[in-house]
Design a protein around this ligand. Structure first.
Ligand SMILES: Cc1cc2nc3c(=O)[nH]c(=O)nc-3n(C[C@H](O)[C@H](O)[C@H](O)COP(=O)(O)OP(=O)(O)OC[C@H]3O[C@@H](n4cnc5c(N)ncnc54)[C@H](O)[C@@H]3O)c2cc1C
Ligand code: SF4
Length: 327
């Protein structure tokens, strides 16, 4: 039996005070408890933060502050999220199952760990689980792995759907720790693997995510969506996903946001595609050129070359849907 201490935090202050070396925060437990059961994670103590920061508040600029403890179901169902950020609501509803979304929190969704099979198999070599041990995915079965931004040390993907929408929306993450409060762009909080795949975020030891700030993006209300391509219609992680919002002036693209899921170690903001689209007349040929630009540096592995074309086609299809310029 593996022993660990359990404490429930009443507020942010007590959560920080209860944190200690070797301890972990516990929110819905839908990922952490699984990992403890598989002995991938063995925290000495759990600080339960599931009672914290469960509010969704409108900001003076029209954006939203979503507490880290808000359940995924509550975010997806919130009237302001559905009205202003339909891509965020759709992304969350495309993930997991209703039961899991009822337990899963915003903070835990951001920090959920990769679904790489070898990471979960403690008999396999995995640099993320045991730094310096090697990576069995690189020469193994790597159908679900990364095609962008990977390294010779790790080719895992980030599994979250919610985070792909948040990346497209330029969301910031509020953090509190011993050094005080700070805020960081979600896409900067989550790291590419480089030579240290075990270091997945820019969080300092003991830091707590307290909220996500979604800035206003008026055109997302009517022209945004999330499309997830997966092996089964439900209850499966993305092979490739696309979150997009577009602002059209007549047939010309005034502004556009695109992020990809299932392709990299973190939600992948498609800046090259956005640049190719900006100020241009919307057309299927333009969408394909933008997708080609984004995937130019893709580096597929033995089993996941299909993701390159799949990502391109999904970008083209989503832009076609949002503009009425389908191929
Ligand atoms: C069968 C199954 C299918 C799934 N399918 C999908 C899917 O299709 N798409 C998808 O996006 N997700 C999917 N998920 C993952 C699910 O969304 C995550 O497990 C969930 O979002 C994690 O949230 P949680 O609150 O349960 O986190 P926990 O499991 O409690 O914690 C996860 C991690 O976050 C840390 N943490 C939690 N809160 C904080 C905080 N406030 N500050 C700092 N650290 C914190 C914990 O220490 C831990 O390391 C699936 C999960 C399962 C089990
Ligand atoms: S891809 Fe990353 S998570 Fe998977 S086995 Fe290799 S090092 Fe581990």
């Amino acid at each position: 039996m593996i022993e660990f201490r359990y404490d429930r935090a009443a507020d942010v202050g007590s959560a920080l005070a209860l944190m200690s070396p070797g301890a972990k925060y516990l929110a819905g437990g839908t990922n952490l408890v699984d990992l403890m059961r598989e002995t991938v994670e063995a925290p000495r103590a759990l600080v339960d933060v599931s009672q914290l920061s469960g509010a969704i508040e409108e900001q003076p600029d029209g954006g939203l502050r979503i507490g880290a403890g808000v359940k995924n179901t509550a975010v997806a169902a919130h009237p302001l999220v559905r009205a202003r950020y339909p891509l965020l609501s759709r992304a969350i509803l495309a993930g997991a199952s209703a039961q899991i979304r009822n337990m899963a929190s915003v903070g835990g969704n951001i920090l959920q760990r990769t679904r790489c099979y070898y990471f979960y198999d403690v008999a396999a070599r995995c640099n993320k689980r045991v730094p310096g041990s090697g990576c069995d995915a690189i020469d193994g079965f790597n159908r679900i792995h990364a095609i962008l931004g990977a390294s010779p040390d790790c080719v895992a993907t980030h599994p979250s759907d919610m985070c792909v929408a948040l990346a497209a929306l330029d969301a910031d993450v509020e953090i509190e720790g011993a050094g005080g409060k700070r805020s960081i762009r979600l896409t900067d909080l989550l790291r590419l693997p480089g030579g240290r795949p075990d270091i997945e975020t820019e969080l300092q030891p003991g830091e707590l995510i307290t909220a996500v700030i979604v800035p206003p993006l008026a055109f997302a209300a009517n022209h945004s969506t999330y499309r997830k391509v997966r092996d089964r219609a439900s209850y499966a992680f993305a092979l490739v996903s696309v979150a997009a919002a577009i602002d059209l002036d007549g047939g010309t693209i005034r502004d556009v946001r695109i992020a990809l899921g299932g392709v990299a170690h973190k939600p992948w903001r498609a800046l090259a595609a956005e640049e190719a689209l900006q100020g241009q007349a919307a057309s299927p040929a333009l969408f394909r050129a933008a997708a080609e630009a984004e995937l130019r540096d893709a580096a597929p592995l033995r089993d996941n070359g299909f993701k390159v074309e799949l990502a391109k086609r999904t970008i083209v299809a989503v832009l076609g849907e949002l503009t009425g310029e389908a191929a």
